[in-house]
Design a protein around this ligand. Structure first.
Ligand code: UDP
Length: 480
């Protein structure tokens, strides 16, 4: 292929949260590598993340463009500067945040008129993009950012509503239709699934309806990881989908890997140097993504649990700046002194992919966000699963019951941002189980194998690379 194929132009429009922006940058790089012109549509305060990441990339950065449109905070009733989900003050502001994203429709359509891309890849939450693109005869592709497994689980739940047939929130119910006899409880489901009258339920339902009417879906996953569910999604649920992941694998050098999302609050090199002094598989990495915000009482339990586990650790604590540096009463007295050399606390943002890929890291305590999950699989690191919200309880099932590479900490209750409360002894037990003994070795071997399969999937001719080529070829044939 040569630069003569330059003419294919894709608009990529990510949702305004780090868990969505990060894989979008990766996806843009992949498209650019295939000689596609990419324009990322975002807002002024989110644009710098893209500029920085693209600047660092060796991959065809001249084919990636960034177009910012104003985010109407004031009109939607949001505090000024609230352009990313991680700056929304509380869940009560969610409807306003979504209202603001809806108000982007007019300037977005103006861009469609001006630039006439061949295709729009927009986040699942931007349901209105399907109609906007249709107005101009442009195919709209959904980027859902989640696995085949959770997309299938969610759809089966919406179709069959088997959670209505149990008598309590803690009684397990089977997800009918879904391969693998997967059971959940009502307490693990988000409120919007159980009560369709909530404003958030309306947003989710619109998103799902728009997904059905869109041209197809791009999935950040690879076929070998979840074959049964990839087949179910396409054959039983009838969706047109291309799997093109794991997207994070397109970051090949340290600079690119270090600059994913925000700038690390801790010198990445220092952190890696610290890991260099440790034995292989001897450190547990603890991080709960970009939006989970545990209360202080939960942080105290984590600290106690890590100490009791007697394992070495890197623990990322996402304390927002407004909490102030001095209010650290959640740390047991003298904790950091006692843990010196054994445990490292990173306050803020960690270079996660670099940490996971270090051979000293033997396990990952995670909230099961899909990006984190895939990053651990790519690095061959087994997991302690601690789902909090979104679709994380489904991911836990995939990791623990289907793939056998994770140990659940025992979270029983879905809760936006904060989640269930888990005691220190449950943390201790799960961390020991994933780090020490025969079962721990077996899980590690399994995930190492998956890591190899993941890398093969994105190599030339691998399953994800082939699907990406098929996707681009289909767009090219439509644009003639
Ligand atoms: N991440 C990171 N450093 C941090 C916290 C998160 O690099 O300190 C990245 C992580 O590697 C992943 C993303 O942020 O790519 C989080 O996405 P995920 O889907 O796991 O969770 P979410 O933030 O959407 O809940």
């Amino acid at each position: 292929m040569g630069d003569e194929h330059h003419t294919l132009h894709i608009f990529v429009f990510p949702f305004l949260a780090h868990g969505h922006l990060i894989p979008t940058i990766d996806m843009a790089k992949l498209f650019a590598e295939k000689y596609v012109k990419v324009t990322i549509i975002t807002t002024p305060l989110n644009a710098p993340f893209f500029f920085k990441a693209i600047e660092k990339t060796k991959i065809c950065s001249n084919r990636i463009h960034i177009q910012a449109i104003e985010f109407p905070c004031q009109e939607a009733g949001l505090p000024g500067g609230c352009e990313n989900l991680d700056s929304v003050p509380s869940f009560d502001f969610f409807p306003s945040f979504f209202k603001a994203t809806r108000l982007l429709q007019v300037p977005f359509e103006q861009l469609l008129i001006e630039q006439r891309p061949n295709c729009v890849v927009a986040d699942i939450f931007f349901s209105w993009v399907t109609d906007s693109a249709a107005k101009f005869g442009i195919p709209r592709i959904v980027f859902s950012g989640v696995s085949f497994f959770s997309s299938c689980a969610l759809e089966c739940m919406r179709l069959y509503k088997s959670f209505e047939n149990v008598s309590s929130d803690s009684e397990p119910f089977l997800i009918p239709g879904l391969p693998g006899e997967i059971k959940l409880t009502r307490a693990q489901l988000p409120p919007h699934l159980k009560n369709e009258e909530t404003p958030f339920a309306k947003i989710i339902n619109e998103a799902r309806e728009a997904e059905k009417r869109s041209y197809g879906v791009l999935i950040n996953s690879f076929y070998e990881l979840e074959k049964d569910y990839a087949d179910y999604y396409r054959k039983e649920l009838g969706r047109k989908a291309w799997h093109i992941g794991p997207l994070s694998l397109c970051n090949r050098d340290i600079g690119e890997k270090a600059l994913r999302g925000k700038e690390a609050s801790f010198d990445g090199h220092e952190c890696l140097k610290w890991l260099d002094t440790k034995e292989p598989n001897s450190v547990v990495y603890v991080c709960f993504g970009s939006t989970t915000n545990f209360p202080d009482s939960q942080l105290t339990e984590i600290a106690k649990g890590l100490e009791a586990s007697e394992q070495q650790f890197i623990w990322v604590v996402r304390k927002s700046e407004k909490d102030g540096k001095d209010s650290e009463e959640w740390l047991p007295e003298g904790f950091e002194r006692k843990m010196e050399g054994k445990g490292l606390i990173i306050r803020g943002w960690a270079p996660q992919v670099l940490i996971l890929e270090h051979e000293a890291v033997g396990a990952f305590v995670t909230h099961c966000g899909w990006n984190s999950t895939l990053e651990a699989i790519c690095a061959g690191v087994s997991l302690v699963t601690w789902p909090v919200a979104a679709e994380q309880f489904y991911n836990e099932k995939l990791l623990t019951e289907v793939l056998g590479i994770g140990v659940p900490v025992g979270a029983k209750k879905w809760g936006m941002f904060e989640g269930d409360s888990i005691k220190w002894d449950a943390v201790e037990k799960a961390v020991k189980r994933i780090m020490i003994g025969e079962e721990a070795n077996e899980m590690r071997n399994k995930v190492k194998l998956l890591s190899q399969l993941a890398r093969r999937a994105v190599e030339e001719g691998g399953s994800s690379d082939s699907d990406l080529n098929a996707f681009i070829e289909e767009l090219r044939s439509m644009s003639h």
